[in-house]
Design a protein. Structure first.
Ligand SMILES: NC(=O)C1=CN([C@@H]2O[C@H](COP(=O)(O)OP(=O)(O)OC[C@H]3O[C@@H](n4cnc5c(N)ncnc54)[C@H](OP(=O)(O)O)[C@@H]3O)[C@@H](O)[C@H]2O)C=CC1
Ligand SMILES: O=C(O)C(=O)[C@@H](O)[C@H](O)[C@H](O)CO
Length: 327
């Protein structure tokens, strides 16, 4: 009997892809580019499962054009690129990759916040341009991280790991905002206090944003919210492009409404708003918060575990709509 066919749409570790081969006929994407939407549809014909990243859009039109598809497994924790209700309606199981990247992403979020507060890339560029002629008292003087108030917008798995670093490692008072408050026993070890969003913006010295992208978080931080922040504050966005209004942020950075920003994600990435590129008080990175070799391997392994389980009668460890498997 022929094996089910799957597409690994992401060029990932070959030894991990090899784990699929005993179960499936495996087609891979050997380029380092995301497959264009139309090509993804073409290559999904006859495929029962697909391994994707956050760069692949899986919407209702694609599902209708790929009627054999039964499993969509992403190596990312964020799944705003996948229309989950459309998948569920068509009996397609979807999985994401939570937990395995939490600590690595938190390390990066904290590092980006520190680089932003202490003006690390701005000062390095100055040095590389040969502009360092003498030392001065206020040269690249930034803001302290230790003891400053850490504001977390999105105190989930990653937000809590960042809060823990700030609380235990840097003596930071931690305030946070989620739509729902955490139980006291989860707040206590983080030294965290829930506040309304406006209060978070007013009080944070360093605001770190880690909410999933959804219609409810679109432009959660825009002109009005930035205007509430301290002129000395920093904003770090490791969540998703679209959670912050990048045009409003660029205006705020230029006007001195806030001091600086650290950004790993952008509206319309990989394009970056031209006004952000021309700001000196912003640290920009290309969506690499989870990028360590060990964590990218763990994310890939989890996507493969999910794909195997979903199509061989098992229980995908991190399915988002496991109910479809019971139908
Ligand atoms: N830059 C990168 O490379 C990476 C980015 N990410 C991004 O980080 C996101 C978070 O991951 P993770 O921590 O695992 O997710 P979780 O689901 O554990 O946490 C998300 C948190 O955000 C809160 N939240 C959701 N919507 C809103 C809203 N509209 N307003 C306020 N709070 C909100 C949730 O609380 P509540 O529901 O109570 O509001 C929850 O506490 C991912 O979805 C992904 O987009 C993740 C990994 C790497
Ligand atoms: O997990 C997420 O949500 C991410 O944003 C990152 O870890 C991924 O690197 C990216 O989405 C690649 O798919």
């Amino acid at each position: 009997m022929s094996k089910p066919q799957v597409l690994v749409a992401v060029n990932t570790f070959s030894d991990i892809v090899d784990r699929l081969r005993p179960h499936f006929d495996v087609e891979t994407n050997e380029t380092d580019q995301p497959l264009p939407y139309d090509e993804l549809i073409r290559r999904l014909q006859g495929k029962a499962g697909v391994y994707v990243s956050g760069s692949n859009k899986i919407d209702a039109a694609l599902l209708d054009a790929c009627p054999d598809l039964r499993a969509v497994c992403t190596m990312a924790v964020g799944y705003n690129n996948i229309d989950l209700p459309a998948c569920t309606a068509r009996g397609v199981v979807v999985s994401n990759a939570p937990d395995v990247l939490t600590e690595t992403t938190a390390d990066f979020g904290f590092a980006l916040m520190m680089a932003t507060a202490r003006r690390i890339t701005e000062s390095e560029h100055f040095l590389r341009r040969g502009e360092w002629k003498h030392w001065s008292v206020t040269m690249f003087a930034g803001a302290d991280v230790h003891g400053a108030t850490l504001g977390v917008l999105g105190m989930g798995r990653i937000g809590a790991a960042i809060a823990r670093r700030g609380h235990l490692g840097f003596g930071m008072p931690v305030i946070y905002h989620n739509r729902s408050r955490l139980p006291a026993e989860q707040e206590a070890p983080l030294g965290a206090t829930w506040v309304e969003k406006d209060e978070l913006l007013r009080r944070a010295d360093h605001l770190v944003i880690v909410v999933p992208y959804s219609p409810s978080s679109h432009h959660l931080v825009g002109e009005k919210e930035l205007a509430l922040m301290k002129p000395t504050a920093t904003l770090t966005n490791i969540a998703r492009g679209g959670v912050v209004n990048d045009a409003a942020l660029a205006r705020a950075l230029k006007a001195g409404t806030i001091a600086a920003a650290g950004l790993d994600v952008f509206e319309g990435e990989p394009a970056v708003h031209a006004e952000l590129l021309s700001c000196s008080n912003v640290v920009l990175t290309p969506h690499i918060a989870s990028a360590t070799v060990a964590t990218r391997r763990a994310m890939s392994d989890l996507a493969v575990d999910n794909l195997i389980a979903a199509l061989t009668g098992g229980t995908p460890p991190t399915a988002l709509n496991p109910g479809v498997l019971k139908r």
